[in-house]
Design a protein. Structure first.
Length: 289
C-alpha cells in the first residue's frame, strides 16, 4: 500500500511529484494506450515492447511509479502497465478501493486480453494488488514480483501505520497540493482529494494475508529496499511464509527454494521502483528455469 509519513505533508508530496510531467508525457507518447471494460471499471492500460506479457502495477497515487524502468523492462518482454481504479487515466467509480477487488480487476483484464497466464509485478500498493491477484486468481498468474509490499498491516513501521490512519483526514490538504503539482498537471481529470480519501480508507484497515501467502502457487520474487518503510523482521517473515529461509541450499544450490528474495542496496521505499538495478534483478528471476 501507500507508504510513510511524507504523505501527511503537502510540501513533501509536492517534492515527490516534482519531476513527473515530462515523464508521464513521454510514457504515453510511446505507448499503445487502451481501455478495457471489466468488473464495471473502465481500466486504462498501455502496452510496451514485445514478448511474454508482464502486467505492471504502480504504487499508490502515482501511476508512473516505475519511471524509465518501464522502458527497461519492456526491452525483453511485453509490458502491460495498468492504471488502477481512480488512478491516472482510469476513472473512479462508487466502489471503494480494496486490494482484493483491484486484484479481481487485474485478473479480469488478463482474461479480457486472452493472455492465459501472465507474469505480474507490483510496487507498494501495486504489490499488494498483485499479491491478491495471485491469491484469488492463481489460474492467471505465472510468476509474481512483489516490490516493497507487506502481508500484514504491522509489516510497516509503527510511524508509517500511524500516517496511514491520518491519510483520510489530510486528504483535502494533500489533494490540493498534488492538484497544483506536475503530477496533477499530467493527470488533470483525477479528483485528488477524493483519491487520497479513498486510499486513506483502504490503508487504515487492518489486514493479515499471511495464511494465504503460504498457499500462493506462483513462483515469487520479493524485493525490498535496504532502508524500506517495511520492518526487516517482516521481510524475513514474508520470505519464510513463501518457503524461504528454511535451510542451507547446499554446495551446488540444489536445495534452494523456488522463490527468491532480494534487498536492493542504497535505496528507500520511495526510490526502489526507479532504481536502475531493479530491472536486472527482475529479469534474472523471470528468466530462471
Amino acid at each position: 500500500m501507500l507508504r510513510r509519513h511524507f504523505l501527511t505533508t503537502a510540501t513533501a508530496t509536492a517534492v515527490l511529484t516534482a519531476s513527473l510531467p515530462v515523464l508521464a508525457k513521454e510514457i504515453l507518447a510511446m505507448a499503445n494506450a487502451n481501455f478495457a471494460d471489466v468488473n464495471g471499471q473502465h481500466v486504462f492500460y498501455s502496452v510496451h515492447g514485445a514478448g511474454k506479457p508482464l502486467i505492471l502495477l504502480h504504487g499508490g497515487i502515482n501511476p508512473d511509479s516505475f519511471g524509465s524502468n518501464l522502458a527497461e523492462l519492456a526491452k525483453g518482454r511485453q509490458v502491460i502497465a495498468v492504471h488502477l481504479q481512480a488512478h491516472g487515466r482510469t476513472p473512479d467509480t462508487d466502489r471503494p478501493l480494496r486490494c482484493e477487488t483491484l486484484g479481481d480487476d487485474v485478473a479480469a483484464l488478463i482474461g479480457h486480453l486472452k493472455l492465459g497466464k501472465a507474469d505480474v509485478m507490483g510496487y507498494s500498493l501495486g504489490s499488494d494488488v498483485a499479491l491478491q491477484t495471485a491469491i484469488r486468481h492463481p489460474e492467471v498468474v505465472d510468476r509474481l514480483v512483489l516490490v516493497s509490499g507487506t502481508m500484514r498491516q504491522d509489516g510497516s513501521y509503527p510511524e508509517v501505520v500511524a500516517a496511514f490512519n491520518q491519510l483520510g483526514s489530510n486528504a483535502a490538504m494533500l489533494g490540493g497540493s498534488v492538484k497544483e503539482s506536475p503530477l496533477g498537471q499530467a493527470y488533470p481529470d483525477v479528483d485528488w482529494t477524493k483519491l487520497f480519501s479513498k486510499v486513506g480508507d483502504l490503508t487504515k484497515r487492518p489486514f493479515d494475508w499471511s495464511a494465504d501467502v503460504a498457499k500462493v502457487q506462483a513462483r515469487t520474487l520479493l524485493v525490498f529496499a535496504d532502508a524500506d518503510s517495511i520492518r526487516p523482521e517482516h521481510m524475513v517473515e514474508f520470505w519464510k511464509a513463501l518457503g524461504g529461509g528454511q535451510r542451507d541450499a547446499g554446495i551446488d544450490g540444489s536445495l534452494r527454494p523456488a522463490n527468491q528474495f532480494a534487498i536492493v542496496p542504497n535505496t528507500t521505499h520511495y526510490s526502489v521502483a526507479v532504481e536502475p538495478m531493479l530491472p536486472e534483478i527482475v529479469e534474472r528471476f523471470l528468466a530462471t528455469k
